[in-house]
Ligand binder design. Structure first.
Ligand code: NAD
Length: 476
């Protein structure tokens, strides 16, 4: 029997089981076995969560920062103790390898520790005024937050959605992905076991559009925090605008990687190829469009294909596997469509381009080169294990290609030329730029995009301040 926990919602401190509610079947993407049945909320559940979130906020906003910090620190400790169990749950329901889900646990541990410290360092300021007058600027938590997390980082996304608001003194109603629910429940359980009141952190599941419409229509919710596709993000931002709610939107990307002639090609490939196929490419900052200067194009492409075709693909629970299945059946379907159209339009298929086996949602690491710019895969976020490699004549053409799309999340630049590093890093339209590195995140680093990749940030001081509002008080 599979070692997978029973599923519930967490509303007002209570575990709410299915009862006579609708359910969603959670599927293991490596085996297509059903792992469990997840209760889906109705309007009464959501109203109950809203009432609790309002009550929880009133209490939590007045709780000293040191006590909020203690909860976050305690949750980080519990997460570390439960690391193996949580990582295994996430691999079962999402597919990525155990090595990757362990990293996600550690990301949350780091983030909770960071916010435990940072929430005790929120300073206001006093303005210079004539004697007898005083003007102060203070920060207050924004209020109850409705947060929506996607399935690609089943542990890390809920950690981000909960960590900063809780540190700031907000209450949160989180709707994690119905496809990977147990990981999010395990993260919130660490916070509850560390002393977080049950009306401050809650989890509901449901039909996404029903839940978001219901929560965002409520005046209780003062902030929307969403990670997911640009299409859904725009829809939710419109709903939030009806009530002037604040928003943090982490949306899609189509990461350009600019590789100049002067690099050590093998060194670059040894870094970028494993990074491309991390989480089977289902990462918003995944390196996707490889924009390669002409002189090294063939060597880069051939080295990429050689490495990609050797990546061991399989069940993420098994030793030696470096890439698991895709998270749901929609992704291999999308790969068939996008890769098929590109090849039919003249793109060269270097490796992959097909599903693996007839059980599980596996898709082979794929390399396409000479891909026509008008192919769907050159504009639509592939969100899969596909690298697109094209040759360009010079820096100007490469920067133009990087900025061609409406997305602006992560971009990567590889060159030894120090002046070019600075020039290109400034010229690319992106919220995050990696120069000779793929490491573009960290608990202390703001994570977010520009253009259609969204607005606002998570992580870093900026992620905490995004959960606060500013008040200027003038005394005569
Ligand atoms: P999708 O666009 O329908 O869903 C994306 C996420 O948004 C899911 O978690 C889903 O539950 C949620 N969602 C959808 N409709 C919603 C609504 N009305 N209210 C609240 N939440 C809603 O489709 P999908 O098949 O799950 O993913 C497809 C695309 O989404 C991917 O190709 C990728 O571009 C994007 N995506 C991005 C991220 C990211 O980290 N930025 C994560 C997951 C998916």
């Amino acid at each position: 029997m599979i070692d997978y926990p029973s599923l519930h919602m967490l509303i007002d401190g209570e575990r709410v089981a299915a009862g006579d509610r609708r359910v969603h079947r959670v599927v293991n993407p490596a085996t297509e076995e059903i792992l469990g049945e997840l209760p889906l909320s109705g309007a009464a559940d959501l109203d109950r969560a809203l009432a609790a979130a309002q009550r929880g906020f009133v209490c939590w906003q007045g709780t000293p920062a040191s006590e909020r910090a203690a909860v976050l620190t305690g949750a980080a400790r519990l997460m570390l103790e439960r690391k193996e169990a949580i990582a295994r749950i996430a691999t079962l329901e999402q597919g990525k390898t155990l090595a990757e889900t362990r990293i996600e646990v550690m990301m949350n541990v780091g983030l909770f520790h960071f916010y435990a410290g940072e929430c005790q360092r929120v300073y206001g300021r006093q303005l210079v005024r004539p004697a007898g007058m005083r003007s102060t600027v203070t920060y207050e938590p924004v209020g109850p937050v409705a947060a929506f997390a996607p399935w690609n980082f089943p542990i890390g996304n809920p950690g981000r959605k909960l960590g900063a608001p809780i540190a700031a003194g907000c209450s949160v109603i989180l709707k994690p992905p119905e496809e990977a629910p147990a990981s999010a429940l395990a993260v919130l359980q660490c916070l509850l076991d560390a002393g977080l009141p049950g009306d401050v952190g809650q989890i509901v599941f449901g039909v996404p559009d029903e839940v978001s419409r219901h929560l965002l229509a409520s005046p209780v919710i003062r902030k929307l925090s969403f990670t997911g596709s640009t299409t859904v993000g725009k829809h939710l931002a419109r709903l939030a605008a009806d009530d002037c709610k604040r928003t943090t939107m982490e949306l899609g990307g189509h990461g350009p990687v600019l590789v100049f002639d002067d690099v050590d090609v093998d060194r670059v490939l040894d870094t970028v190829v494993p990074h491309k196929y991390r989480n089977a490419g289902q990462v918003c900052v995944s390196p996707t469009r490889f924009v390669v200067e002409e002189g090294i194009f063939e060597r880069f492409r051939d080295g990429f294909i050689e490495r990609a075709s050797k990546i061991p693909v399989g069940n993420g629970l098994e030793d030696g596997v470096q890439m698991g299945p895709m998270a749901n059946p929609r992704r291999p379907e999308a790969m068939d469509r996008l890769v098929g159209e590109a090849v039919a339009s003249g793109a060269a298929l270097g490796c992959g381009g097909q599903r693996i086996g007839n059980r599980g949602f596996f898709y082979a690491p794929t390399v396409l080169s000479n891909v026509p710019a008008d192919c769907a895969i050159m504009t639509e976020e592939p969100f899969g294990p596909v690298a697109l490699i094209n040759a360009f004549a010079d820096e100007a053409a490469m920067v133009a290609e990087a900025n061609r799309l409406p997305y602006g999340l992560a971009a990567y630049v590889w060159t030894k030329d120090a002046e070019r590093q600075r020039r290109v890093a400034r010229a690319v339209e992106a919220g995050m730029v990696g120069v000779n590195t793929t490491m573009i995140g960290g608990a202390d680093a703001p994570f977010g995009g520009v253009k259609w990749s969204g607005h606002g940030h998570e992580d870093g001081t900026e992620g905490l301040m995004a959960c606060m509002v500013l008040k200027a008080i003038h005394e005569g």
